[in-house]
Design a protein. Structure first.
Length: 131
């Protein structure tokens, strides 16, 4: 009996190791909660640009900046971004996570602006299943 129990435990541990990691970083959001996901590279410049529209079932979103230029983000639904105001991404803070499955449950529109042209960012998000 002990051998059978031991074999079941070994098999269970092996089966658990075969499950792929479907998480989106440290947020706790997973592909299992998503009905759709997108990831887009954008170029931001000196004019405020809407990079995400309002989406009420947004489970998770991540905005990541590349390089050394800063990007100022407005999380005031519908308000344009202004340089050096709001959330500022750059060399030390390279990304922000938000959405209903995070500690920052924002689902409104996001605008971005940079002090120079051609600043690259990546915008990724997933949406909750809706029934």
């Amino acid at each position: 009996i002990i051998t059978i129990i031991f074999a079941i435990l070994i098999f269970g541990y092996w089966a658990y190791q075969q499950v792929p990691d479907k998480s989106f970083g440290s947020t706790g959001a997973t592909e299992d909660i998503c009905r759709g996901a997108s990831s887009t590279k954008l170029v931001i410049g000196t004019a405020s640009t809407e990079i995400l529209a309002t989406n009420t079932p947004r489970a998770f979103a991540r905005i990541t900046t590349f390089g050394t230029s800063t990007v100022s983000l407005s999380f005031n639904n519908g308000e344009v971004a202004r340089l050096n105001e709001g959330i500022i991404l750059g060399a030390t803070t390279t990304h922000i996570d938000f959405g209903l499955k995070t500690d920052f449950p924002y689902v409104g529109a996001v605008f971005a602006i940079a002090p120079v042209t051609n600043v690259g960012i990546q915008v990724s998000q997933c949406f909750y299943y809706t029934q």
